[in-house]
Design a protein around this ligand. Sequence first.
Ligand SMILES: *Cc1c(COP(=O)(O)O)cnc(C)c1O
Length: 339
Amino acid sequence: MHLARFNPVRFAHLPTPFEPLPGLTEHLVRPGGGGPALWIKRDDCTGLAGGGNKTRKLEYLLGDALANDADTLVTQGAVQSNHVRQTAAAAAKFGMKCQIILEERTGSTAVDYTRSGNVLLDHLLGAKIRSVPGGTDMNQKLAEVAAEVSDAGGRPYVIPGGGSNSIGALGYVECALELVAQANETGLEIDRIVTATGSAGTHAGLVAGLAVMGADIPVLGIGVRAPKDAQEANVYKLARETAALLGHEERVTRDMVVADCDYVGAGYGLIDDAVIEALKTIARTDAILLDPVYTGKAMKGLLALSAKGAFDGETVVFLHTGGAQGLFGYQGELEGKLS
Ligand SMILES: *Cc1c(COP(=O)(O)O)cnc(C)c1O
């Protein structure tokens, strides 16, 4: 796999650490001795103004933007989007302007949600921000804002929500390579990778990378928004497109794409007691800070599945995709529930 051909620009702190999770592994031992051996891939440590999974995607997207001589990044996300924050940071780093559209997707009007957490950081990083109601056609909105930038003499580069197109997903092809190399160095056989799956680029990139290199490691995506059928269809389509960029579309087969969307709860960005329990559990067993929207829900799923014996005897890698900055957007909902 020859990723240099896609001319990524380099700013992420890579390779990210790959570590055991002794505390949570111990916590998940079931009566009779079952349970997984857990490891964590620390993509919360990619280094770009707080880091997270969008940083790897942005290395490839920025490479493409610079090749196209763009001077303004245009993207969109939910109000507490980590993707938006990392895009604003990448723009700042490369002396570009950044136009952001935030969708009021959760309906929350709490001041911490609408102003603190990632939103505060977006402003700090100098992005120009506009907000639109939940349910807005965000792709059309992106096109409108890009046209405005062009009309004003700028050179826009549109990044889809989550940075999830085949170029962005190459960042997770690279992560798959990196992870397998680390496992080989450590002498560790990975039985399964568990990740949150949202706009699909992370999940799709991993599946494409593992398939093209022939690593034969299953990936379980824990959904945060869409139902299973829609999520798997999105991931499969993008994984095929990503593998096609690498010249091996046929190596990604439908059975490689598995999402469990039973842990979404009331909806995207809405948390429940099981999410709070997941945040607390791994903070206290291994001092890992998860986020309320993605990794907290993925961990809610991992804990529940583990308790049912789904991972007994397996070595499972949890991909930490970042987002702890978003915790401060949920201050009011978390406060008083952390004892
Ligand atoms: C965006 C995001 C995800 C989901 O990744 P996708 O590529 O959009 O599926 C997971 N975790 C965090 C913290 C994120 O910000």
